[in-house]
Design a protein around this ligand. Sequence first.
Ligand SMILES: C[C@](O)(CO)[C@H](O)COP(=O)(O)OP(=O)(O)OC[C@H]1O[C@@H](n2ccc(N)nc2=O)[C@H](O)[C@@H]1O
Ligand SMILES: Nc1ncnc2c1ncn2[C@@H]1O[C@H](COP(=O)(O)OP(=O)(O)OP(=O)(O)O)[C@@H](O)[C@H]1O
Length: 307
Amino acid sequence: MSSLPSTQPTQSLRLSAPAKLNLTLRILGRRADGYHELETVFQLLDFGDQLTFHTRADNTIAVHCPGLDIPPEQNLVYRAADLLRHSVGKNAGKEAVGADINLQKNLPAGGGIGGGSSDAATTLLALNHLWRCNLDLEQLAGLGRQLGADIPVFVHGHSAWAEGVGERLTPIAVEPMWYLVLTPDCHVSTGELFSHPRLTRDSAAITLAALRDRRLTKQWLAQYAGNDFQPLVEALYPEVRNARAWLAQFGAAQLTGSGACVFAAFDSEEAAQNVLKKRPEGLEGFVAAGIDQSPAHEQLAKFAAIV
Ligand SMILES: C[C@](O)(CO)[C@H](O)COP(=O)(O)OP(=O)(O)OC[C@H]1O[C@@H](n2ccc(N)nc2=O)[C@H](O)[C@@H]1O
Ligand SMILES: Nc1ncnc2c1ncn2[C@@H]1O[C@H](COP(=O)(O)OP(=O)(O)OP(=O)(O)O)[C@@H](O)[C@H]1O
């Protein structure tokens, strides 16, 4: 995969953290370390969180995130920033490696759309630039992997076919589609689901060979879409079951990640918006286009070009 643009450092930066959907998700088996081997398709979306980074003259990392009810030091944004500065040994030197980071959350936490993971990846990209760490994308993805299996895809910033625990990535082009994503008001714990005795974890592999020219078409999806978490999540969370059953009236509807969000694909924004307007009271959601490239990378490249 490509490396990052190298430029003079700057003092502040505003970048997006896009959401993802898992267009298919198969669990192939459990490894000795407890993690699971997967096959999944990551589709990036043109909707996500927003982050602003300002470097500081001291070594403090301060994360401001109105509305997210967790201690700042547990925020994946803080953990990514701290991991980056420790791993490059910068915090031991004379140069200040602090930052004020403002996180505007638009994505629900624990929704299976990768919000926290994307925030962490965007933080690695931004601070690698601002702190002049000069790590390449592989190195940043390796750091991200230490914090979560979903982070590497956002570091590389391309919709992808993924294997391993989700870190072995092959960039793909997905036929353009609009997605209606419903966000049931419940929080699903990824760790609990992966360790649940009733989880299906012996699916047959599809392999990348099924994706001709690394292009994913609607026909491919019709054959291979699905999510091994779905039966279990629907059994445990009636809100998810009800949301998907409602959406299934309008198209093939499925779970993303380990839930709780469910989605369906449409040919136009208008078609997706029309369905969103009809949603039952109390059920929220959003419409977004599928994109192959992360806006964070485009923003960083543009930024680097003008400083
Ligand atoms: C379900 C997906 O969202 C699909 O993209 C991901 O596999 C989950 O990725 P994630 O949320 O970044 O997961 P992590 O934070 O790394 O792990 C949470 C917990 O899920 C389990 N886990 C995660 C990923 C994986 N391939 N196998 C696992 O068994 C591990 O027990 C881990 O303790
Ligand atoms: N910046 C953050 N945004 C959201 N959640 C965060 C963040 N930092 C830490 N967390 C914690 O991580 C948990 C999972 O959040 P996240 O939004 O990544 O879940 P998810 O959408 O299910 O992700 P994935 O699809 O990667 O499993 C949350 O419940 C929250 O406690």
